[in-house]
Design a protein around this ligand. Sequence first.
Ligand code: HEM
Length: 432
Amino acid sequence: MRERQIWLCNPSLVDKIFTNSTKTNFFRRSLSTQGFEELGIDKVGIAFNRDLKSWRYNRRILSYTLTNGRVLKESIKIVKKLFEEIEGYWITLNNENNLSDKINEEFIVDLSQWTRRFMTDLALNLNFSEHAFSMASYFNLLSKSKNQQSQEIIESEKFLKSLTIWVQNIIFLMFCPSSFIRHYIPPFSYFQLKFQANYDWLTSAFSKIIQKRMKEIENVPLDKIQTHDILTTLLTVNIDQDLEKNYRFGEKIRPMDETEIAGVLLEFFVAGVETVLTTTCFAIYYICKHPLAKQKLINEFDSEFPDLSLLNDKLIYEKLLNNLPYCDAILKETNRLGTNPPINPREASNRDEIDGHIISKGSIVVTCTDAIHLHKDYWEKPNEFIPERFLSKEDYPLSASQKLYTFGNGLRGCIGKQLALIKIKAFLVLFL
Ligand code: HEM
């Protein structure tokens, strides 16, 4: 029998879900328990981790890694580099189009496709400095010159395809949690085998990358290490004194082992690519639909970044972080209207109550973020795109930020929020 489900669609009901207390009865995500156990991902990383002790250890390291200034600055550098690459492709495709017979036909950029590839290449570059070729491969597909795919592009495509199948695997496990059905009933058993083979291939590919990097940095002093990607930061976390300083107890933190690091990197591809690219695409959509908002945003970018080439990475980083209130408001409004993920399911580990209703142990409590963000009692003109609601408390008194759960909140709130916003804002600055 399926567990009872309780759906929360009003912000006044979700305090117990988004608490900071480790004593909460809603710590565990309600995803595919059996399926995640079979893959062993219920004990690594943080997103799917169901063990509080192990989650706490991982969360401590990851929050250090993903809010690390060096990693954030590195992400800006990569966005700039990849943007030059994407611009090059667009210029070439536009020129090809102009040379063709259909001179008056407009060259159309399918932004959702390009952004998907841009954000995937960005994630691969930032996670482990692997040059990724999903934009290059897409360009080859569109280009009339039909270049021969290089071996690097073919290899990269294989890797990217495997990552896509991995994300499908997680969705499959969520919608088909029963181990018996997945293993014995066709066509589920066919998919189960396919996903398992892909998972094995992917973890072995990750393992090779991690081992190679371990060797590269083995005897290099910390201050001489040149790469500031996420993998290197995870590998050096136990020797970086900053981490110790950040923690009251000052105890030495043990290094993550190879399996733990692979688990973390794998979950970043589930949690941190689709979300970022969806927000970017939705933001561009809303900006284009609202010319006034677009103009205000361009004015803000022009005043903060009159000439990008004159600013060093540190300054760009600080400005992206602190000096773009209108852009921040646009992204909040974008995420309010197009919340992704739209729901947040948790499992009650003990009997509890919400608003007088008994929640029995094992029940699934689903926070319906989407409905909360469009609730007419809390948002004026809830279906309209009004970034100003996040800027003016006088005009929009109900728009307190605590009613926005785009990144969740509390103990299990999104750990990649800062990184995600930096990536998206850097992309928008270059794009507009
Ligand atoms: C616009 C982009 C993003 C959105 C909207 C988003 C949204 C979310 C949400 C709603 C949660 C659940 C929070 C909760 O239960 O309270 C979450 C958790 C998480 N996110 Fe994000 N996320 C984004 C980007 C990222 C990025 C870039 C990364 C990593 C590189 C990331 C890594 C994670 C992880 C690891 C968790 C699990 C945290 C935990 O369980 O302790 N996210 N995110």
